[in-house]
Design a protein around this ligand. Sequence first.
Ligand code: NDP
Length: 329
Amino acid sequence: NRQFRLAERPQGLPKQSDWELVSEAVAEPGNDEILVAVEYISLDPAMRGWMNAGKSYIKPVEIGELMRAGTAGTVLKSNHSDFAEGDKVSGNFGVQTHAVVAGKDARKVDTNLAELPAYLGVLGMPGMTAYFGLLDVGGVAEGETVVVSAASGAVGALVGQIAKLKGARVVGIAGSSEKCSYVTDELGFDAAIDYKNENVYKAMKEHCPKGIDVFFDNVGGEILDFALANLALKGRIVICGAISQYNATEGMYAPKNYMSLLVNRARMEGFVVFDYADRYGEAAKALADWLSEGKIKHREDIVEGFENFPDTLLKLFEGSNFGKLVLKV
Ligand code: NDP
């Protein structure tokens, strides 16, 4: 079994030396446990936060500990009555090639509906995030204008598509003309803003003439400030993430235009997908139905080679992933 463990807490972007690659014998499953061959590892922006010490919504990964990660793979041995050899499963098994886990911590997945990597994206945690963040926290209604940042990514692409299904007008923000074309031409967004080559404030004004009803923020920083400045009356800002700030070494960018919340009787609310665990079934069913009816599309960016984990993670912060970033073991 090979594992990536946290060797040091990073300053800024994680470096190779912040990781330790360890090899050990594959363990035998005990009572009610299964042995899983991990085939796909989910690379998530949140991993950067888990590497930091201090209070958060989840406990930090400790130095010397296996790095936390969502994964999907195949059962090699089972001592649990719900699982048989060959079953496809997902779960938070960490950045390792083999995992011995309690059966209760694994979820059987149906690879007739979608390939295994989709269970780390559209049918996994990012899918749940888009669903609950947009519908529960954002409370989007028909005819409203929704703007989403990191729009071509795992969460953003789904937020925009679900908003379209709910009858909203949708504007995506992404970091290249290729990503912008993808969200409009392939995913059916109404407009897209290339934040690296356009004036985001002006473009928001142009594409959202009645203001932004729901801003689903994955990015934070200046883009959040521009959205605040373009908010509609009773607007909602959903704080899903702030990837532009995760590697900040000198304090995060604080939005200046927050008085817009007062002027527009608006609100800004953060959320953590894990709080919706008891309702995952509802989202999983809705997403699976939309998927099988051809109403939503998904895209995975799959990088091969377990040993490439440290470099591959950085793609998220460079914007060089295009779709849900997954490492194939
Ligand atoms: P993505 O697939 O969207 O990948 C990250 C993308 O962020 C990059 O491709 C890049 O796209 C964009 N990005 C990176 N750096 C910057 C920057 N400095 N400025 C603007 N954009 C940048 O990742 P996910 O869909 O997995 O995650 C999206 C967000 O959702 C993250 O903030 C994540 O932390 C958050 N999240 C929150 C959850 C919750 O429970 N609250 C759960 C899951 C995710 P581009 O090329 O367009 O710049």
